[in-house]
Design a protein around this ligand. Sequence first.
Ligand SMILES: Cc1ncc(COP(=O)(O)O)c(C=O)c1O
Length: 393
Amino acid sequence: MFSEKIVSNLSNSSWIRQMFEEGVRLSEKYGADKVYDYSLGNPYAEPPVEVIESLKKHVLGNEKGLHKYMNNAGYPEAREKIAQSLKKESNLELCAKNVVMTVGAAGGLNVVLKALLNPLEEVIVFAPYFVEYNSYVDNNGGKIVIVPPDTSTFEPDLEAFEKSITIKTKAIIINNPNNPTGVVYSEETIKNIEKIITKKEEEYGITIFVISDQPYCEIVYDNIKIPSLLSIFKNAIIVNSFSKSLGLAGERIGYIAASSRIEDVEILMTALAYCNRTLGFVNAPGLFQMVVGDTINIKIDNSGYEKRRNYLYEKLTNLGFECVKPQGAFYLFPKALIDDDIAFVKAAVKYNLLLVPGSGFGCPGYFRMSYCVKFDMIENSIAAFEKLVEEFK
Ligand SMILES: Cc1ncc(COP(=O)(O)O)c(C=O)c1O
């Protein structure tokens, strides 16, 4: 009666959501303070005061036309401010015309893939990867190609990447800092990816677009700098959102920015606005376009996340977990204490610990912890980790 494909996908649905729902169930049973939920990447912090001030200004300022339909690409003022901020980091000639406002990064990725892909063209991702990419590529008629992980560093395996490129490759997705590992790919790695792409483009006579999925680009530690993909790749398309950096995940606001170096970029921009409309988004939420335009240059305070990273990394490695120290995002990706990460995560539920198996990110044998949660929950969870470790000694 319903779509067979969707009904069959339901039984395979996201581990993140499954563990989150398990957390809700356990909280009702034992009380929220007895449950240690590391499942969802939902920032604990409230949006910065500048966001609230901007909201008040627009809502209370009685601006006429604020709540109407607009150009499918979004308000020119917000797009121009985003373009100017990207221009500073990349030195490219960018303006409002290079930007389309979107319904979060998730909406942006679907719009980009819709605008780029012919049936069964290939999109390369590096494992471990944000599992929703499978659906986004499939939604838009493409075929996902997964480059296996290099678990020693969780940087992309470049040899495997080169082998994965075929004449059907249309795009790659780079997610830096990475969800689920929190690893920041180095500038050297990114430049080597560029060399491989240029070589393969010449060999096959194709164009490969680089989609930079970067909702965590403002959340970095140790004074590390994220390489600007607009500066490095000719065919760069940025997909970003304010879900994580400004704590606005529920407001669904993000953008796409395409490099001015892309051939026929005007056609691409028209196609992106068209796909924003025809996928049913129509346009990004209007009020929040104004707000992110106002706050695009505010300094984000990451000290709360850094404190959590330091505390958890130290506690878990002292307990014997192997883990690459993350330099961005708000995730840890330790090795499970047994090969079967799903069995391991199920065992953790006994101690009210909600973790997400690495299998859900194309990387079995590991598990993800999302530490954008209250600090006292993290402190209280350590005893539960001790019991879990004891079980597998
Ligand atoms: C890597 C990655 N890309 C995209 C998204 C989607 O984010 P948004 O809320 O902006 O749609 C997420 C959300 O967790 C993510 O982790």
